[in-house]
Design a protein around this ligand. Structure first.
Ligand SMILES: Nc1nc2c(c(=O)[nH]1)N[C@H]1C(S)=C(S)[C@@H](COP(=O)(O)O)O[C@H]1N2
Ligand SMILES: [Mo]
Length: 197
């Protein structure tokens, strides 16, 4: 069981939870590459890339946040294996259930921005986004797509599921309050990635 489940972290799947995709059958489809190449990555391939741990807090615009040890492949490492078109400035992430969100490449440069498949050593369960999800702790949680199935590089932003329903496209974490799922306490946050607890 993942630490997220132990903590009873809320489960968000606006599109409805997709039927379980096994790690064996998992494919990540990547497009928007030079020459219109379409590349596919198996789970084993991703798992074989340099592995890193991010002790970081995922913060939802809906008023809660959780800190765990997210583990997987740094997005910048993954990019090096791809060499997208030089004019690429954005990535559209898509889930198996059809949720989408778009993130500028400039927001995917931090060491804690991961393609995540384990939490505290345990594989991610489907409800928390397994086999593979994104974790982008410096942005509101709606950018951290779960059940990642496809990635498309482009040169302009394409508003995703929550962005077309009124959430800000830049997803900068605003000052306010968050319920810390780890402790149950309400905490004040000052804006930007929540690093202080
Ligand atoms: N596919 C998909 N990914 C998603 C969402 C979703 O509805 N569908 N919700 C997002 C939001 S709003 C948050 S806060 C986090 C919550 O992650 P959790 O469900 O693992 O707690 O997932 C994000 N990723
Ligand atoms: Mo959220």
């Amino acid at each position: 069981m993942s630490r997220l489940k132990d903590l009873n972290t809320p489960v968000f799947y606006a599109e409805g939870q997709p039927g379980g995709v096994s790690r064996e059958n998992y494919r990540l489809k990547v497009s928007g590459l030079p020459g219109d190449a379409l590349r596919e990555f198996t789970f084993a391939r991703l798992e074989g890339m340099p592995f890193t741990t991010a002790d970081a807090r995922l913060t939802s615009v809906s008023g809660w946040s959780v800190r765990v040890k997210w583990q997987g492949v740094r997005f910048t490492h993954f990019l090096q294996a791809l060499e997208p078109r030089p004019e690429a400035s954005h990535v559209v992430f898509e889930s198996f259930g059809g949720y989408t969100t778009c993130v500028p490449l400039s927001e995917l440069q931090q060491d804690n921005d991961l393609l995540c498949f384990r939490v505290d050593g345990e594989y991610l369960e489907p409800e928390y986004g397994g086999p593979v999800r994104m974790v982008i702790p410096q942005l509101w949680g709606y950018k951290s797509i779960k059940g990642l199935s496809a990635m498309t590089f482009g040169w302009y932003p394409e508003p995703g599921y929550w962005e077309t329903r009124g959430y800000p496209d830049d997803a900068q974490i605003e000052p306010g309050f968050t319920r810390d799922v780890n402790t149950g306490q309400m905490r004040r946050i000052r804006g930007g990635e929540v690093t202080e607890f």
